[in-house]
Write a protein that binds this ligand. Structure first.
Ligand code: PLP
Length: 380
């Protein structure tokens, strides 16, 4: 049986072998409770603080601005809820193509706290229409506002211009949160040059372990604890820390920093190869993407032309040993169209699949995937 081809790295990544090795190394010795003052506790504390240093270095933030969480979903929930509950935010500007952990939290806050939700217009490719954002911000400059717009979109990979969006937020005195779950580990992220107040990230998207995320909260912006009953994370998040996961996340991010541009070059080549091969092998394919430099190389979103053959295409690919996705990771297991795609300019009747890459994939795999799709879509 030939090995499987995994092209769903936007859903999750395997552990980087070095992350795996470094987590195994401390598995036995890092078990102490980081709040304990004895040797085992102090060792666990050191592992956590080393990881915090790595994150702060990556973001160009200070140590006190980085807090560990359990995942990107928790990070984004914590920030949005804290902004409404503790910072007097009464209006949130966001988009229809954010991850559900943002859109559903915003809808919850609308219902629970009566905040105004304004859906920011998008360009045809899914990036934020910054002219539209400007108009909305200018409309009610006195309203305490939070803007929540993602960095890299998880379904099509378009990149928002955070410097421009953050600049507008500063101009109108709005808080700015970005969900950077798909960008951390791939795009540089410097909070000294991007005017952002809150960032959410997640280790399992950049070859780190599942169950570990982080938030960046700009110094001087105080949101209250979200969990109670312990003084961990400087009173921000009660509960014994996930030492192993945090250590793994720090290691993964240090590797990302080391391999950064090489990693992006490799996956950009893979994306280009698959894109060109599909254009050649499957007549009528189109792509959901933004022009350079606003497209993440790790995601290729492909629209297959209307045909009865697109029914169960993902399942047929799976049977052929290829793992891709129909948009975001599907929580129900059913093959349903992503609601996000309806907000993008996608040709009617087409079937959209997402392929997302890692440097461990090969050019030969891309050619093979395209041939399989040709057989499934075109061959008599
Ligand atoms: N935000 C984006 C853009 C994502 O792609 C995801 C996961 O798919 C999340 C947030 C949620 O992250 P986590 O799986 O760590 O909760």
């Amino acid at each position: 049986m030939s090995p499987r081809i995994y092209l769903d790295h936007a859903a999750t990544t395997p552990l980087h072998p070095e992350v795996w090795a470094s987590m195994s190394d401390i598995q036995a010795s890092g078990f102490g409770n980081p709040s304990s003052i004895h040797h085992e506790g102090r060792f666990a504390r050191t592992l956590i603080e080393e990881a915090r240093k790595t994150l702060a270095r990556y973001l160009n933030a200070s140590l006190g601005e980085v807090f560990f969480t359990s995942c990107g979903t928790e990070s984004n929930n914590m920030i949005l809820t804290g902004a409404v509950r503790d910072l007097g935010v009464t209006r949130i500007l966001t988009s229809h193509i954010e991850h559900p952990c943002v859109t559903q939290t915003v809808r919850y806050l609308e219902k629970q706290y009566g905040i105004d939700v304004v859906w920011v217009p998008l360009l045809a490719d899914g990036r934020t229409d910054t002219t539209g954002l400007h108009h909305i911000l200018a409309r009610e400059p006195q309203t305490r506002t939070m803007v929540s717009l993602m960095h890299v979109n998880n379904e099509v990979g378009v990149i928002n211009d955070l410097a421009e969006i953050g600049g507008l937020c500063r101009q109108f005195n709005a808080l700015f949160h970005t969900d950077a779950v798909q960008s951390i580990g791939f795009q540089p992220f410097d909070v000294a040059t991007i005017p952002v107040d809150f960032v959410g990230g997640s280790a399992h998207k950049f070859y780190g372990p599942k169950g570990c995320g982080f938030v960046y909260i700009r110094a001087g912006i105080g949101i209250r604890p979200y969990l109670h009953g312990g003084s961990q994370e400087r009173n921000m998040r009660a509960g014994t820390e996930n030492t192993l996961g945090i250590h793994g996340m720090g290691t993964a991010l240090a590797i990302a920093q080391r391999e950064g541009s090489e990693r992006n070059r490799t996956i950009a080549q893979l994306r280009k190869t698959l894109r060109e091969a599909l254009v050649h092998d499957v007549p009528g394919v189109t792509f959901n993407e933004a022009p350079d430099p606003w497209q993440s190389p790790k995601i290729l979103s492909v629209n297959f032309p209307p045909s009865p053959r697109t029914d169960l295409l993902l399942m047929h690919l799976d049977i052929e040993g290829i793992s891709a996705s129909g948009g975001s990771a599907c929580s129900s297991g059913a093959e349903v169209a992503s609601p996000v795609l309806q907000y993008l300019s996608i040709p009617d009747g087409t079937k959209t699949l997402r392929f997302s890459f890692s440097p461990a994939n090969s050019v030969e795999e891309m050619v093979q995937v395209s041939h399989v799709l040709q057989r499934l879509m075109v061959a008599p």
